[in-house]
Design a binder for this molecule. Structure first.
Ligand code: ZN
Length: 101
């Protein structure tokens, strides 16, 4: 697959997150950093793709504008998607089990 993404272009970041969903190599989930500094998971980027592309293209700063791209290895602890509240670290399951009383 020939990738022609330009990571300096936020619209391409949106495309990557929506199409790839995971980093390669590494298989970390891609996460969008929005203009109001919340995080959006790749699934929510997909679900709101039109709005996000539009805002990002036009620099709307309305909460749908993507300003960065992260993956779940960049995040510490309890980061979750602002939209669906999915916890990005939930794959590492049962780590809290021992702390539970
Ligand atoms: Zn989400």
């Amino acid at each position: 697959m020939n990738r022609k993404y330009n990571l300096k272009n936020p619209v391409d970041m949106v495309r990557i997150i929506a199409r790839e969903q995971f980093t390669f190599p590494g298989c970390y989930e891609l996460i969008a950093l929005m203009d109001d500094s919340v995080l959006l998971c790749s699934q929510c980027v997909r679900n709101n793709y039109k709005d996000i592309i539009y805002s990002t293209k036009h620099g709307n700063k309305d909460g749908w504008e993507v300003i960065g791209i992260l993956n779940d290895s960049d995040l510490d602890g309890d980061a979750c998607c602002d939209h669906c509240e999915k916890n990005f670290s939930e794959e590492e399951e049962n780590e809290d089990e021992e702390k539970r009383l």
